[in-house]
Design a binder for this molecule. Structure first.
Ligand SMILES: NC(=O)c1ccc(NC2CCCC2)nc1
Length: 231
């Protein structure tokens, strides 16, 4: 899978994607990640990428002509057309279903906004999906882009190694995940639920299922709406 990122701050991407699972996926050629600087495609002497909003208002808006040129350049870097995703609080709320949909794409082109956002004509004519990682405003689309890259990478076959598979994770069947425990079995008088030490796999599976249901009912009843009571 190829992911291209358009950003004014390529340096923001150094670090989180250079460690652990994502790093390994890149080294193994499972994820082909490229970061591009939008400012390279500004044409004036001052390399301007933004301008004042028509109609007034505070802040600046990213120019459609600069973004169009940047996207056209990036598109030309690989044969697949790529699905263009713009990170914005006004987008579809990211969830497991959307992550899986995006992970099925051969190529994603993520566009990170800054200032007050981008000229709407860029969204209307070039963006395929607007995605939000939550109902809050950030200073840029870079962190949401990294969240998306991390979440999508987990679904690339082979990225999680043979061990875990995303299916067992939270949300896979719409429920929160069960509590986890490991050694020491006793710590400061705090013990581990006996069933987990029993080696009785059927009982353990039943206990974990019960925990997932109880947690979801208590913390995220919205996840259970529209589902007949999952026994
Ligand atoms: N909740 C989010 O996914 C999100 C995305 C982008 C953003 N800020 C960007 C959007 C255009 C200028 C800054 N804030 C929040």
């Amino acid at each position: 899978m190829r992911i291209d990122v358009l950003t004014l701050f390529p340096e923001a991407f150094r670090g989180p994607l250079d460690v652990s699972i994502v790093k390994r996926a890149r080294e193994d050629g499972l994820l082909d990640l490229h970061i591009y600087d939008i400012r390279e495609h500004a044409t004036d002497r001052h390399r301007t990428v933004d301008d004042y909003p028509f109609g007034g208002g505070q802040g600046m808006v990213m120019r459609v002509d600069v973004l169009d040129r940047a996207l056209e350049f990036v598109r030309g870097q690989a044969p697949e057309r790529g699905l263009v995703v713009y990170l914005t609080p006004a987008g579809e709320r990211l969830n497991d279903r959307i992550v899986r949909e995006l992970a099925a794409e051969p190529r994603l082109i993520l566009v990170c906004g800054r200032y007050e956002g981008v000229d709407e004509r860029f969204v209307e004519h070039f963006v395929d999906r607007e995605i939000s990682i939550g109902d809050y405003v950030l200073t840029g689309g870079e962190l949401p882009a990294m969240v998306l890259i991390d979440a999508v990478t987990r679904h690339i076959p082979g990225a999680l190694g043979d061990a875990a598979s995303p299916q067992e994770e939270s949300f896979a069947d719409g429920l929160l995940e069960h509590p986890q425990y490991t050694r020491p079995a006793e710590y400061k008088g705090w013990s581990v639920p006996e069933v987990l030490l029993s080696g009785h796999h059927a009982k353990i599976a039943a206990w974990r299922r019960q925990q997932r249901l109880e947690r979801t009912r208590r913390r995220r009843p919205d996840l259970l709406e529209g589902k007949d009571d999952p026994a």
